[in-house]
Design a protein around this ligand. Sequence first.
Ligand code: 13P
Ligand code: SF4
Length: 400
Amino acid sequence: MTSTWVEPSATATALLLLGRGSDPATERGVECPGDLPAPSDPELVARATAAKAQLGDRVFVLGHHYQRDEVIQFADVTGDSFKLAREAAARPNAEYIVFCGVHFMAESADILTTDQQQVVLPDLAAGCSMADMAALPQVEEAWESLADLDLTEGTVPVTYMNSSADIKGFVGRHGGVVCTSSNARRALEWAYQQGQRVLFLPDQHLGRNTAVLELGFSLDDCVLYDPHKPNGGLTAEQLRDARMILWRGHCSVHGRFTLDSVNDVRERVPGVNVLVHPECRHEVVRAADFVGSTEYIIKTIEAAPAGSAWAVGTELNLVRRLALANPDKQVMFLDRAVCYCSTMNRIDLPHLVWALEELAAGRVVNQITVDAKTAHQARTALDQMLALPGTENRPPSGAR
Ligand code: 13P
Ligand code: SF4
């Protein structure tokens, strides 16, 4: 069976609107000087190509899988957040790392690269709503609440890569580890060798899905810590008994998939394989056939038999690219409604061209720097992650 990609309703317009114009009052870093043509203008493609060629080996462009096609075509390497962190660390000779992704990824790249290298995020407004859900003062307050109950001793903080550098620094300072969706299981296994309880930041879904579906904990072993309530809205007993204290954060993109989305697609497409990212809600991941990081999702679709049908629960740019690259399979978006990451989509061709041309002219724009103390502490937690035994992104067997 072959298929053609069908846009979920309203998507085309929404994607087109992204990247047009700017709102300097609310968007840091979008004031690109000069008259920038609209995205995908062939002239811009030529300008990006020329600027990149002029920079040669001095620049290395990293592209996350959720980036737009017009940007991803200029990436020297594409990957999930784990692969991109490793790639950034492995390029000591590139003077500039241009990060086509979001702010926390560029911060991690700055931490993992040498002092001589400069990391550039083409649009500073490319943040992450999930990362913003855990602020350092809130996390420190939570840690103090645990200390008041004498619970910090056996508690290991683990933070998802999708968190600010100062949260990673906090975790490094307190003997914890960073994880990504590629290695959450291994990071948690390591953490439970250090203590009996984990404080998992900031994505409750990745934490819960990994603890329950991969480590065999019960839902009752997990409690949800609400930073807006005293003691997270939990009793001393609940905190003491918990194996997993989940920070109340989530991804607004993956959080949109529901059990109804899964049931609906199974009804519409008999025999469909449901493949989702672990940032999805627990009931969605439970109802899915396969779950894994963006890199896993790509490998799974690539390895799937011709004629198989796939409903994919992750960011729209990636799903659309997969559908177009695998015409012998039926690849569709899990939900009927639009689901793209608006901050990832902030990085568009005009911003990339601007960043590359400025670099070529000897001006470093939108540089992401993490202060030395935070970087040192965060590096401890990142190095701990990089030292975890091999991360597997092998495709599963059993696809229909
Ligand atoms: P991975 O690329 O690590 O799967 O993460 C997905 C994501 O949401 C990145 O922001
Ligand atoms: Fe953040 Fe979700 Fe966007 Fe990833 S997809 S950058 S977690 S908002």
